[in-house]
Unconditional design. Sequence first.
Length: 156
Amino acid sequence: MSLIAVVRIRGEVHNYPDVRKTLELLNLTRVNHCVLVQNTPQNMGMVKKVKDYITWGEISKETFTLLMEKRGRLMGNKRLTPEMLKEKTEFSKLDAIVDKLYNGDVKFKDIKELKPVFRLHPPKKGFEKKGIKKTFRQGGVLGQRENIDSLLIKMI
Protein backbone atom coordinates (compact mmCIF):
# COMPACT_ATOMS: atom_id res chain seq x y z
CA MET A 1 0.00 0.00 0.00
CA SER A 2 1.11 3.50 -0.70
CA LEU A 3 0.59 6.73 1.20
CA ILE A 4 -1.56 9.44 -0.27
CA ALA A 5 -0.95 13.06 0.76
CA VAL A 6 -4.18 15.07 0.96
CA VAL A 7 -3.98 18.88 1.21
CA ARG A 8 -6.98 21.10 1.83
CA ILE A 9 -7.06 24.05 -0.58
CA ARG A 10 -10.46 25.72 -0.18
CA GLY A 11 -12.33 26.99 2.87
CA GLU A 12 -15.72 26.25 4.41
CA VAL A 13 -17.99 28.90 2.96
CA HIS A 14 -21.03 27.35 1.22
CA ASN A 15 -20.03 23.74 1.95
CA TYR A 16 -22.63 21.03 2.05
CA PRO A 17 -22.97 19.38 5.47
CA ASP A 18 -21.84 15.97 4.20
CA VAL A 19 -18.73 17.54 2.62
CA ARG A 20 -17.97 19.36 5.87
CA LYS A 21 -18.33 16.11 7.85
CA THR A 22 -16.08 14.21 5.45
CA LEU A 23 -13.39 16.89 5.76
CA GLU A 24 -13.63 16.59 9.55
CA LEU A 25 -13.27 12.81 9.34
CA LEU A 26 -10.14 13.28 7.25
CA ASN A 27 -8.79 15.73 9.92
CA LEU A 28 -8.74 18.52 7.34
CA THR A 29 -10.27 21.25 9.46
CA ARG A 30 -8.37 24.22 8.01
CA VAL A 31 -6.92 25.45 4.74
CA ASN A 32 -3.31 24.35 4.04
CA HIS A 33 -3.53 21.36 6.37
CA CYS A 34 -2.14 18.07 5.08
CA VAL A 35 -2.88 14.50 6.16
CA LEU A 36 -1.49 11.21 4.94
CA VAL A 37 -3.89 8.32 4.34
CA GLN A 38 -3.42 4.77 3.11
CA ASN A 39 -4.53 4.07 -0.45
CA THR A 40 -7.61 1.97 0.41
CA PRO A 41 -11.03 2.00 -1.28
CA GLN A 42 -12.63 3.47 1.86
CA ASN A 43 -10.19 6.36 2.09
CA MET A 44 -10.30 7.02 -1.64
CA GLY A 45 -14.12 7.19 -1.50
CA MET A 46 -13.85 9.91 1.14
CA VAL A 47 -11.19 11.73 -0.85
CA LYS A 48 -13.27 11.67 -4.04
CA LYS A 49 -16.31 12.99 -2.17
CA VAL A 50 -14.42 16.18 -1.24
CA LYS A 51 -12.43 16.47 -4.46
CA ASP A 52 -13.61 20.04 -5.06
CA TYR A 53 -11.89 21.26 -1.88
CA ILE A 54 -8.61 19.30 -1.81
CA THR A 55 -5.71 18.11 -3.89
CA TRP A 56 -4.06 14.71 -3.44
CA GLY A 57 -1.41 12.42 -4.83
CA GLU A 58 1.07 9.73 -3.94
CA ILE A 59 3.94 10.99 -1.80
CA SER A 60 7.55 9.85 -2.17
CA LYS A 61 9.58 8.65 0.80
CA GLU A 62 12.04 11.56 0.55
CA THR A 63 9.28 14.15 0.66
CA PHE A 64 7.62 12.29 3.55
CA THR A 65 10.89 12.39 5.47
CA LEU A 66 11.25 16.13 4.81
CA LEU A 67 7.63 16.70 5.86
CA MET A 68 8.15 14.82 9.13
CA GLU A 69 11.40 16.70 9.87
CA LYS A 70 10.10 20.19 9.20
CA ARG A 71 6.38 19.98 9.98
CA GLY A 72 5.88 16.86 12.14
CA ARG A 73 4.69 17.62 15.65
CA LEU A 74 4.03 15.81 18.89
CA MET A 75 1.19 16.66 21.26
CA GLY A 76 1.74 20.07 22.81
CA ASN A 77 3.11 21.37 19.48
CA LYS A 78 6.59 19.97 20.20
CA ARG A 79 9.01 19.33 17.32
CA LEU A 80 10.23 15.83 16.46
CA THR A 81 13.67 15.90 18.05
CA PRO A 82 15.52 12.67 18.94
CA GLU A 83 15.18 13.43 22.67
CA MET A 84 11.42 13.96 22.41
CA LEU A 85 11.02 10.84 20.28
CA LYS A 86 12.75 8.69 22.90
CA GLU A 87 10.72 10.25 25.68
CA LYS A 88 7.25 10.21 24.06
CA THR A 89 7.33 7.24 21.63
CA GLU A 90 8.90 3.82 21.35
CA PHE A 91 11.05 4.99 18.42
CA SER A 92 14.46 6.57 18.87
CA LYS A 93 15.08 7.89 15.35
CA LEU A 94 12.93 9.75 12.87
CA ASP A 95 13.95 7.37 10.07
CA ALA A 96 12.44 4.44 11.99
CA ILE A 97 9.07 6.18 12.27
CA VAL A 98 9.15 7.22 8.61
CA ASP A 99 9.93 3.67 7.45
CA LYS A 100 7.17 2.11 9.56
CA LEU A 101 4.55 4.68 8.53
CA TYR A 102 5.51 4.67 4.85
CA ASN A 103 5.42 0.86 4.59
CA GLY A 104 2.10 0.67 6.42
CA ASP A 105 3.42 -1.35 9.37
CA VAL A 106 2.23 1.35 11.81
CA LYS A 107 -0.59 3.87 11.49
CA PHE A 108 -0.63 7.43 12.80
CA LYS A 109 -3.22 6.53 15.43
CA ASP A 110 -0.93 3.78 16.80
CA ILE A 111 1.66 6.38 17.83
CA LYS A 112 -0.30 8.20 20.52
CA GLU A 113 1.78 11.37 20.82
CA LEU A 114 2.23 12.01 17.07
CA LYS A 115 -0.16 14.49 15.47
CA PRO A 116 -1.72 13.20 12.23
CA VAL A 117 -2.07 16.69 10.71
CA PHE A 118 0.73 18.74 9.17
CA ARG A 119 0.20 22.51 9.18
CA LEU A 120 1.71 23.93 6.01
CA HIS A 121 2.46 27.41 4.71
CA PRO A 122 0.80 28.75 1.57
CA PRO A 123 2.98 27.72 -1.40
CA LYS A 124 5.93 29.92 -2.29
CA LYS A 125 5.33 31.73 -5.59
CA GLY A 126 1.62 30.81 -5.33
CA PHE A 127 -0.54 28.05 -6.70
CA GLU A 128 -0.78 27.11 -10.35
CA LYS A 129 -1.81 29.77 -12.85
CA LYS A 130 -5.57 29.13 -13.06
CA GLY A 131 -6.09 29.25 -9.28
CA ILE A 132 -7.94 27.23 -6.66
CA LYS A 133 -11.29 26.80 -8.40
CA LYS A 134 -10.12 24.75 -11.37
CA THR A 135 -8.97 21.14 -11.48
CA PHE A 136 -5.34 20.20 -11.93
CA ARG A 137 -5.98 19.03 -15.50
CA GLN A 138 -7.47 22.42 -16.35
CA GLY A 139 -4.37 24.18 -15.02
CA GLY A 140 -5.63 24.78 -11.49
CA VAL A 141 -4.92 23.13 -8.16
CA LEU A 142 -7.82 20.87 -7.19
CA GLY A 143 -8.05 17.12 -7.71
CA GLN A 144 -5.64 14.27 -8.21
CA ARG A 145 -2.01 14.88 -9.16
CA GLU A 146 0.65 12.63 -10.55
CA ASN A 147 3.32 14.30 -8.43
CA ILE A 148 2.26 16.09 -5.26
CA ASP A 149 5.86 16.31 -4.07
CA SER A 150 6.52 19.60 -5.90
CA LEU A 151 3.53 21.29 -4.21
CA LEU A 152 4.43 19.94 -0.78
CA ILE A 153 8.02 21.14 -1.07
CA LYS A 154 6.72 24.62 -1.97
CA MET A 155 4.45 24.54 1.11
CA ILE A 156 6.98 23.20 3.66
